[in-house]
Design a protein around this ligand. Structure first.
Ligand code: GLP
Length: 270
């Protein structure tokens, strides 16, 4: 696991954009896993700047969302389909067909989840999965006690998640109770994982995910199971880590060993 502690949220965003740009330079038809929420927004803005200046071409990538609310139409401004269109696809100049989102409006959610898993497989799997982390340690919408081997499925949102996400809705009653989310097993199938977190509000969840035990109570602790995981943190989000001196030391003394999937900046494999 590579843990990088960066001065601020903008540096986190640039580091995330660097890694995505490097991946796409080596593999123009890369498959990106994309997250919603506030955490990746600055990274998307950094990527959009590179697309605008012509230093990055994303015209051949394919993107897959982590999750979607159940019961919001794709046109609802807070659906993840609309959010990704607004914050990711349009600024990055992607065509709608380049971004796949689970169908939270399907009459048969189990079928929609299976169709999403099939689409991921047919695309050849995710090269790099970008992740945020919930204050309760969730990734995607895998709430505490999610099975560590789960696949895309219907989940009930935790009360804390509904409260946290109420800020995006006009009224907290509007926050859906259910979602479709990639499972933890689905996320682990990605060839590399990159988690971004900013702010003191994430410090506890980050520490539990990176340094705590592997447990379904902290779904993000599955990152420990993946051999190619990068964690990009600002100072505040790193403030509860006990080994931050080690992470800073390894970042400053990179062995220069290239690992796979176009992420040659990592400290060392595993
Ligand atoms: C949301 C999303 C996650 C996201 C997390 C953190 O509800 N389903 O994919 O990473 O919660 O959100 P934020 O980045 O807004 O703190």
């Amino acid at each position: 696991m590579e843990v990088l502690i960066l001065p601020d949220a903008e540096a986190v965003a640039e580091a995330a954009a660097d890694r995505i740009a490097k991946l796409v330079a080596g593999k123009p038809d890369a498959v990106l896993g994309v997250a919603t929420g506030s955490s990746p927004l600055l990274a998307y803005a950094a990527l959009a700047r590179r697309v605008r200046t012509g230093t990055l071409n994303l015209s051949r990538i394919q993107a897959f969302a982590l999750d979607e609310y159940v019961g919001l139409s794709p046109g609802h401004p807070q659906s993840y389909a609309a959010t990704l269109r607004r914050d990711f696809a349009e600024p990055l100049g992607l065509e709608p067909h380049q971004v796949a989102v689970p169908d939270g409006n399907a009459a048969d959610p189990a079928w929609a989840c299976a169709a999403f898993e099939r689409a991921l497989r047919d695309a050849g799997g995710v090269d790099l999965q970008l992740l945020g982390i919930g204050a309760n340690g969730h990734v995607g919408f895998n709430e505490p006690t999610s099975s560590l081997t789960s696949r895309t499925r219907l989940k009930t949102l935790a009360t804390q998640t509904r409260e946290d996400n109420a800020r995006f809705f006009t009224d907290s009653q509007q926050v859906p109770f259910h979602c479709l989310t990639q499972g933890l097993g689905t996320i682990l199938d990605a060839r590399s994982l990159m988690l971004v977190a900013q702010g003191a509000g994430k410090a506890q969840a980050v520490a539990a995910a990176v340094e705590g035990p592997l447990t379904a109570m902290v779904p993000a602790s599955i990152l420990q199971l993946h051999p190619h995981t990068t964690i990009l943190l600002d100072e505040a989000a790193s403030s509860r880590l006990t080994l931050s001196a080690y992470y800073r030391h390894t970042a400053a003394n990179r062995p220069g060993v290239a690992t796979d999937v176009g992420l040659p900046d990592v400290q060392a494999a595993g």
